[in-house]
Design a protein around this ligand. Structure first.
Ligand SMILES: [Zn+2]
Length: 393
């Protein structure tokens, strides 16, 4: 069964301008736990005292999810993370040749020694700890470097190797295929008699994060990273709701995910991150299940699936119809039914005219306005005051 790691509290806080206070982090962690997330990556304790305290607070909470922390491949990072009491530790160190030469100024063998020693140290401190090693930017690194570092990491005690598309470089169906990379890595590791779990961390720089994550999943990745609203560095990572719904609806994963908790989780994260939920955001956006054009509404009113591939009810949401310049008679009739108004066809046409007129000015008519518009349209047309030479609307 696939596992999902949510990194809203760690990667998500790497969104420019985003910081969650500790009590908000706790609230978000509680909501993630209610959704049924397997691993909650709570932060990188070495970054600041506040993050350290928040990770500790969450790690000591009563969660079904495993609580994780992030650490560089350094003992002091590991010590702080372990001090928080986490059950999962992600250790990262890039073994790309460019990074080794330009940033770390280390030979591969020296880097691998450092990675192994830090992982062995973490393992010694806590035999039950779940340890993930991430060769950062793994997909653009020399493949053999990734294999050597991963084998050494597993031999030192790592349980999971994470395939990181740190820059959103991969694209399904091309030579940069995540499916091919994960398959090749699994084979190479098996050839060396190690069989860690494979995780995948996909950035969304070009909008392919989810497609790449699902490609990795098809190739056998067992843990997939995501975050609420896809928050993260630059363009962020895989969006959690989109990932969960694809795994459940399209790939038949039957984890006990409570999809109806997602809208509240997203509202909370949006409110405290200051990142608005775009109205057209899949599944969660205000308009994700709103039909607009009259033709669509006409068909959707008979059967929503004519213009929806999924039903909003699984998220605890409902289909909606926009009342604006695109509306048709079926749109206003749908709205009348919604508010329990008895309206004959003549009146419906007059209401539609008003709705279209308001819509052309760039505004959607709310259901709460409708009774007043109906009242207006019920007023007799006779006796209208001629106010000028222009035609009345
Ligand atoms: Zn990342």
């Amino acid at each position: 069964m696939v596992q999902v790691l949510d990194s809203t509290l760690r990667e998500g806080e790497q969104t420019a301008g985003v910081f969650f206070d500790s009590h908000i982090k706790l609230t978000i962690a509680e909501l993630l736990d209610q959704v049924g997330i397997d691993i909650i990556e709570a932060g990188h304790p070495r970054v600041s005292q506040d993050i350290y305290s928040a990770v500790k607070l969450i790690a000591q909470g009563n969660f079904n999810a495993v609580i994780g922390a992030h650490a560089r491949s350094l003992r002091q990072d590991v010590d702080l993370a372990l001090d928080c009491g986490v059950g999962f530790l992600g250790i990262f160190f890039s073994v790309s040749q460019d990074r080794l030469n330009d940033v770390f100024k280390k030979k591969l063998s020296v880097a691998i020694d450092q990675i192994s020693q830090v992982i062995a140290y973490a393992r010694e401190q806590n035999p039950a700890l779940i340890i993930r090693y991430t060769p950062e930017d793994g997909v653009r690194s020399k493949f053999q470097n990734v294999v050597e570092a991963s084998v050494a990491a597993v031999q030192a005690g790592a349980d999971i190797i994470s395939v990181a598309d740190t820059t959103g470089y991969m694209l399904p169906g091309t030579s940069r295929s995540m499916y091919d990379f994960v398959s090749k890595l699994k084979d190479a590791l098996a050839d060396r008699d190690v069989s860690p779990k494979i995780a995948v961390h996909c950035h969304n720089d070009r909008g392919f994060a989810l497609a790449n994550a699902l490609d990795a999943y098809r190739a056998g990745a067992e843990i997939i990273d995501a975050s609420v609203l896809g928050l993260g560095e630059r363009a962020g990572i895989v969006d959690l709701a989109q990932l969960l719904s694809a795994l459940h609806l399209d790939f038949g994963e039957d984890n006990a995910w409570d999809f109806k908790r997602l809208p509240e989780l997203y509202r909370t994260v949006s409110q405290y991150s200051g990142v608005p939920i775009p109205v057209n955001f899949p599944l969660i956006g205000a308009h994700a299940f709103t039909h607009c054009a009259g033709v669509h509404t006409h068909a959707a009113a008979k059967n929503p699936l004519h213009y929806q591939s999924i039903s909003p009810e699984f998220l605890g949401r409902e289909m909606d119809v926009a009342l604006d310049h695109m509306s048709g008679l079926s749109s206003v009739k749908w709205a009348f039914e919604k508010i329990g108004a008895e309206v004959d066809d003549d009146l419906a046409l007059r209401v539609l005219e008003v709705v279209k007129s308001i819509g052309q000015r760039g505004r959607t008519v709310g259901l709460e306005e409708l009774p007043q518009i109906i009242k207006l349209c019920r007023m007799p047309a006779e006796g209208e005051v001629q106010t000028g030479t222009t035609s009345p609307v």
